[in-house]
Design a protein around this ligand. Structure first.
Ligand code: ADP
Length: 263
């Protein structure tokens, strides 16, 4: 699920229905434990205030970005988490370099930031729809790597998840959005135009997963047809990353043991 850094990725080698050798019930029980640990680690991250964690989520439509955010982070203190959804750039954003709007949303020390879509749109939708010439988007892989290196060296840990669903699974999820009145709002007719470009998107994703999969800001390809397995993998990966960040509560002020609280 974690390709070797900078090795060529071919998405057909990654099974979207894979669910490990783990049973669903066992995964759910483990996930509950992991969520408790995530809540503790997030509190330490916040209290220590020295590092931040940036989580990038990318997927095709109906790939599960929204529900991953809802399920995986329901255990943490919302005060320490910011979610940002990147949309079509505004005129002001387009008048700057493509990373300008992104940089402003990078989490400050002590916080977890979640990007629902990200700077990777600038080498995905932009590439597939020829929104800028190739010589412009080609340079962006290296520009992104340099940007992510800067963030890492400045105390931000970066984890990137590509939620990998099959085209059949997308059809089923779209159908559900059409059939269920409470899900109609999630469907837009334009989603079908993007679906027609499926193969072009797969090629664009493969390049992202190949060129921008660095040691310091790795991509995780998450099999996402089964929602329970997707949530388990994302939760586990985040907890492992937080565990490796040497988090600790800050030392207390001196003399706290001698303090008597006056009436
Ligand atoms: P979502 O599909 O993430 O739930 P929306 O339906 O509002 O949210 O879609 C956001 C749209 O913004 C997507 O079509 C996405 O491709 C587009 N978008 C995001 N970033 C860029 C960008 N840099 N350039 C062009 N389009 C972008």
């Amino acid at each position: 699920m974690r390709p070797e850094p900078l090795s060529r990725v071919s998405l057909k080698d990654y099974d979207t229905r894979y669910s490990g050798e783990i049973d669903r019930k066992v995964a759910k029980a483990l996930e509950n434990q992991l969520e408790e640990r995530m809540a503790e680690l997030q509190e330490m991250l916040y209290a220590q205030g020295e590092h931040s964690l940036l989580i990038v989520l990318q997927a095709m439509d109906a790939g599960g970005k929204d529900s991953t955010i809802k399920k995986v982070f329901d255990c943490v203190n919302p005060q320490g988490v910011h979610v940002y959804s990147f949309k079509v750039p505004t005129e002001e954003e387009r008048d700057h370099d493509f990373l300008w709007r992104i940089h402003q949303r990078v989490p400050r020390k002590g916080y977890i930031g979640i990007f629902n879509r990200s700077h990777y749109e600038d080498v995905l939708v932009v590439r597939v729809n020829d929104l800028v010439p190739e010589d412009v988007w080609r340079k962006r892989y290296e520009q992104i790597n340099q940007f992510e290196k800067l963030l890492t060296e400045s105390g931000t840990r970066i984890l990137k998840f590509y939620l990998h669903i099959s085209k059949d699974e997308q059809r089923e999820r779209f159908q559900e959005r059409l059939d269920r009145p409470d899900k109609n709002w999630k469907f837009s007719k334009g989603d079908l135009d993007v679906r027609k470009q499926w193969d072009d998107y797969m090629r664009a994703y493969e390049d992202v997963l190949t060129y921008c999969n660095t040691d310091y800001a790795p991509w995780h390809i998450v099999p996402a047809d089964r929602k329970w397995y997707r949530n388990f993998v994302v939760t586990k990966t985040i907890v492992e990353a937080l565990e490796s960040m040497s988090l600790a509560y800050p030392a207390p002020e001196e003399g706290l043991d001698k303090i008597e609280i006056p009436d």
